[in-house]
Ligand binder design. Structure first.
Ligand code: ADP
Ligand code: MG
Length: 720
């Protein structure tokens, strides 16, 4: 490179100007998200290579980290072309011999001499008949065979053309240059308090949390296991703590800045509402209603999530809350993710409130312009008490006259965390969001740190069971015969397939050749069934590419029993309630998430007939060998499944990160770090109670970090 004086390296120095990098390497590092020196410092290791106690040669396993003590019995430096060399040596002991190789490190020839005693540590590969270590960690032994313990080595995410050792060097270089300049945002007293709280929760930690410089250093280049864990703890805690501070601030903001109408349930109102339901409420429904009523009686907005498995009867709770608002002279709005669902809620409300003075409106894509205009006008004037609609509602220019409550159904379809902005007529409405995707505790605390949770676990009585079967080889004929029997008894059936676009290749030929090939398109399935095994039944087709009107029409035909079998993509996942439908066939089931499968299953457990679900997979692997599908068969409890799914696949699957509205976690994992999360949450709440805007002098850097990460995401804007 040039001979000019290079400017000193700072946190913002682009990676290409770091010693020994240059434009070519920098481009590769950019693929790993490394743009500045700071990015390199905070490029957290993905894992570690831990030195294992020395083994004998015959115990070495390919691909498995191992150490070996031995003597160099052969060593040779060969140069392959100018600037390219390979140094090879044999390490031998009484149990056998292995080869070690170093590429382009000619200095090894001076370091590693015949007769030298060494410890090597690395991951061996079989080459010919001999195990081979490429670039092992190498430690020289003295005459007494004493040696310093081999180090724990960080391993980083890689990308094409970037090697592990290269990254270790890069990080090491930057640590040397800037390690002492990393800015500390957690003042000492906070690190002490946090450590005390962690200890009290049973988490092992000595003294205060590491300062940031030590933590970053030890994370990349740990001295030993204990300091690695201490480093992780400090960084995990910080990440979760910053998030929990943001959530606590938002919660605080909601409860202190916003004014909601207190909507109180008198006993007269309570019994009047309850009388309208044609059944006794379950205990869980009663409890949820109690929690909701208590929230709604406050003069700051309720922010509550009601979670309950499909069919647990969430709508009842929502309807109660809506009527409570109306009884107190306020409007309610209920939003659903699909038109079908909105219409269903509308009809439910109309039925329950028939012959009452409550006026109900519906707004969704397919209603006429004139009707829409009239409804909007009636909402603005206060003539309409209850409004039901789809998301389209959010974008319309709807002005409420006096909105007291906003219910959002199937919240996971919307995106979590963001409150809908509605023109509510001068007050801040209460919020009730409902989700049929149960959220594991740790997840709930992460994403909804500022949301109260009510849960319906028990199902209303009289609900028949669902049997779940994993298809075995050659089951298709048997299964379709079973489906035909149910249809002949007068029941209806769903067939669910993963995709819309028909495959251009035939199923058998390519199923295992091309994973991404679309083998089970609904269209193909539809055609096959109609011409084949179910040709004497009336079959309907439903998928996301149909217009809203087409979808509605098909759903209604199915609900009316005019269609016997509905072949569909997952558009039926939320919504339709057809108690007579009791059989479901899920094709290509390995492509669905657990939560989704469970949602689907919920469609055939609505009535008093026993439901049956059979899952088939597309590829070679039978469903019984798929961990997720086996779980799905084993339990019908949505909460158990959610927890298992969460443990299996992490949070991303349950709620997309993009949807969640939270900053991605870079080092913490709520599954593993649930205890740390709890402590972080409690400490954050305590701090925000005492110092709502983090005004303390020594919290200013911490506050900027909170605002940088979450200010926009959580709308904390005016706190700053
Ligand atoms: P989800 O929680 O999936 O939204 P719904 O609210 O749609 O469930 O309720 C499912 C079905 O159970 C509906 O048909 C509803 O009328 C019925 N239901 C709800 N609560 C009860 C109850 N306490 N007793 C009997 N049936 C109930
Ligand atoms: Mg529902």
């Amino acid at each position: 490179m040039d001979q000019e004086q290079t400017p000193p390296v700072t946190m913002t120095t682009p990676v290409r100007f770091l010693p020994g990098v240059g434009a070519f390497r920098a481009e590769k590092y950019a693929k790993l998200g490394l743009r500045t020196a700071q990015d390199v410092l905070f490029f957290f290791p993905r894992d570690y290579e831990r030195p294992a106690p020395p083994r004998s040669v015959d115990k070495l396993r390919e691909g498995e980290q191992a150490s070996l003590i031995g003597t160099i019995t052969d060593a040779e430096l060969a140069s392959r072309s100018p600037g390219k060399s390979v140094f090879g040596a044999i390490v031998e002991n009484e149990t056998g011999a292995v080869r070690i190789l170093f590429f382009n490190q000619p200095y090894r020839a001076d370091q590693i001499k015949f007769g030298q005693r060494v410890v090597i540590s690395g991951v061996p590969k079989l080459s010919g008949l001999r195990m081979e270590f490429v670039h092992p960690q190498l430690t020289m032994l003295d005459e007494q065979d004493n040696y310093p313990e081999p180090k724990i080595l960080a391993t980083y995410a890689l990308t094409e053309g970037v090697k592990q050792n290269e990254l270790r060097h890069l990080v090491g270089n930057v640590l040397e240059l800037l390690g002492d300049e990393i800015h500390e945002v957690m003042p000492e007293r906070l690190r002490g308090d946090a450590a005390d709280a962690l200890r009290a929760a049973g988490i092992e930690i000595e003294g205060p949390l590491f300062d940031i410089q030590t933590a970053v250093r030890q994370l990349h280049q740990p001295d030993n296991e204990a300091s690695l864990q201490a480093a992780r703890l400090r960084l995990v805690f910080q990440e979760l703590f910053v998030m929990q501070l943001a959530l606590a601030m938002r919660r605080r903001k909601l409860t202190s800045d916003l004014q909601s109408p207190p909507l109180s349930p008198t006993s007269v109102i309570d019994s009047r509402i309850l009388n309208r339901f044609p059944f006794e409420l379950t205990n869980d429904q009663r409890q949820a209603i109690k929690e909701v009523s208590q929230d709604m009686a406050c003069q700051f907005p309720m922010n509550r999530m009601l979670q309950g498995d499909v069919g647990s009867g969430k709508t009842v709770v929502a309807v109660y809350a809506m009527m409570l608002a109306v009884a107190n002279g306020h409007q309610s709005v209920m939003m659903a993710p699909t038109e079908v669902l909105a219409r269903q809620h509308y009809q439910t409300l109309c039925k329950i409130l028939a012959d009452s003075r409550v006026r109900i409106g519906l707004l969704c894509g397919s209603i006429s312009r004139a009707e829409r205009t009239a409804t909007i006008k009636a909402v603005a004037s206060g003539e309409i008490d209850l409004l039901v609609g789809t998301q389209a509602l959010l974008y319309g220019d709807i002005q409420f006259s006096k909105l007291g409550l906003c219910v959002i159904d199937e919240q996971h379809k919307f995106g979590v965390g963001q409150r809908v902005t509605l023109r509510s007529g001068g007050v801040d409405p209460h919020y009730l969001v409902m989700s049929a995707t149960p959220i594991p505790r740790s997840m709930a605390m992460t994403l909804f740190g500022d949301v109260e949770l009510s849960t319906l676990r028990e199902k209303p009585p009289g609900r028949a069971d669902v049997n779940t079967y994993l298809a075995h080889d050659g089951w298709k004929d048997r299964w379709w015969a079973f489906v035909r029997d149910r249809l002949n008894e007068g029941r209806q059936a769903f067939v669910v397939a993963p995709r819309v676009v028909p495959s251009t290749k035939s199923e058998e030929e390519d199923a295992d050749e091309d994973e991404s090939e679309d083998v089970s398109s609904v269209q193909t399935v539809f055609d096959d069934l109609r011409k084949g095994v179910l040709s004497d039944f009336h079959i309907g087709l439903l998928h996301g590419r149909m217009t809203a009107d087409e979808k509605m029409a098909t759903m209604q035909e199915f609900a009316a029993g005019e269609i016997d079998v509905l072949v569909s993509t997952t558009v039926i996942e939320v919504g339709i309630d057809v108690p007579n439908a009791t059989v479901m066939t899920i094709l290509g089931a390995e492509r669905f998430g657990l939560a989704q499968l469970h949602q689907l299953r919920g469609r055939v457990s609505r009535g008093s007939h026993v439901g049956h679900v059979c899952v088939f997979s597309d590829g070679d692997q039978p469903p019984s060998e798929n961990e997720r599908l086996s779980l799905f068969e084993k339990t019908n409890d949505g909460f158990e499944l959610a927890e298992a799914d969460f443990q299996l696949r992490g949070p991303g699957d349950l709620l997309g990160r993009r949807q969640s509205g939270m900053a991605p976690l870079r080092i913490a994992d709520p599954r593993r770090d649930i205890e740390i999360l709890r402590v972080a949450r409690e400490l954050a709440q305590t701090i925000i109670e005492e110092d709502p805007e983090l005004d303390a002098e020594d919290f200013q850097d911490l506050k900027s970090q909170v605002m940088r990460r979450y200010g926009k995401r959580l709308n904390l804007g005016d706190v700053a």
